[in-house]
Design a protein around this ligand. Structure first.
Ligand SMILES: Cc1cc2nc3c(=O)[nH]c(=O)nc-3n(C[C@H](O)[C@H](O)[C@H](O)COP(=O)(O)O)c2cc1C
Length: 161
């Protein structure tokens, strides 16, 4: 079972979770970055505006071919209660994903609200079946319990049909 762990991280939290998943599940990590980097000011202005519109940022890498993987894990920070424009761009950039399974997760301060439904809908439009969803808020990020829950969801998804 090959796992591709795709994530965007502006300030390092989501990257830390993705790395913990990778240590536990031994997949391949793909970090997505917006081609036009955000400053703190532009993240809260332009970035949140684009997140609210559910826009896709141009990203590096340009495309993400997941045809060699059995399970896709995708993680995003929450911006303005939505997925980041970079992770929207990452989902748009997926290739070879038709018929694959995915587990999605979000890290946030307090509320992820629309984030996971947005990602799920975009993935389903590309023929990906979302079989696990986990949100980690600020207090849960520093504890192992919720991270272990996420790892369990990923393990179950990678063992299931
Ligand atoms: C531009 C911006 C917008 C944010 N909007 C929200 C929000 O709407 N709700 C929330 O709970 N946290 C929000 N946060 C907090 C982040 O989602 C949270 O700190 C996340 O874990 C950061 O992940 P990262 O370090 O991987 O970028 C926001 C942070 C930034 C920088």
């Amino acid at each position: 079972m090959k796992i591709c762990i795709i994530f965007h991280s502006y300030s390092g939290v989501t990257r830390g979770i993705a790395e913990k998943i990778n240590s536990a599940c031994r997949g391949d990590l793909v970090e997505v970055t917006p081609k036009d980097n955000y400053s703190t000011l532009s993240a809260y202005s332009v970035g949140c505006f684009r997140a609210r519109k559910e826009a896709c940022d141009p990203i590096s890498p340009d495309t993400i071919d997941v045809s060699a993987y059995d399970l896709i894990v995708i993680g995003t920070p929450v911006w303005a209660w939505k997925a980041t424009p970079a992770i929207n761009g990452a989902i748009a950039a997926l290739e070879g994903c038709q018929g694959k399974k995915a587990v999605i997760f979000a890290t946030c301060g307090s509320s992820a609200k629309d984030t996971l439904p947005i990602m799920k809908s975009a993935l389903e439009k590309k023929g990906v079946r979302v079989c696990g969803e986990v949100t980690l808020n600020k207090s849960e990020i520093s504890k192992n319990e919720k991270i272990n829950d996420l790892i369990s969801v990923i393990r179950e998804a990678s063992n299931g049909v």
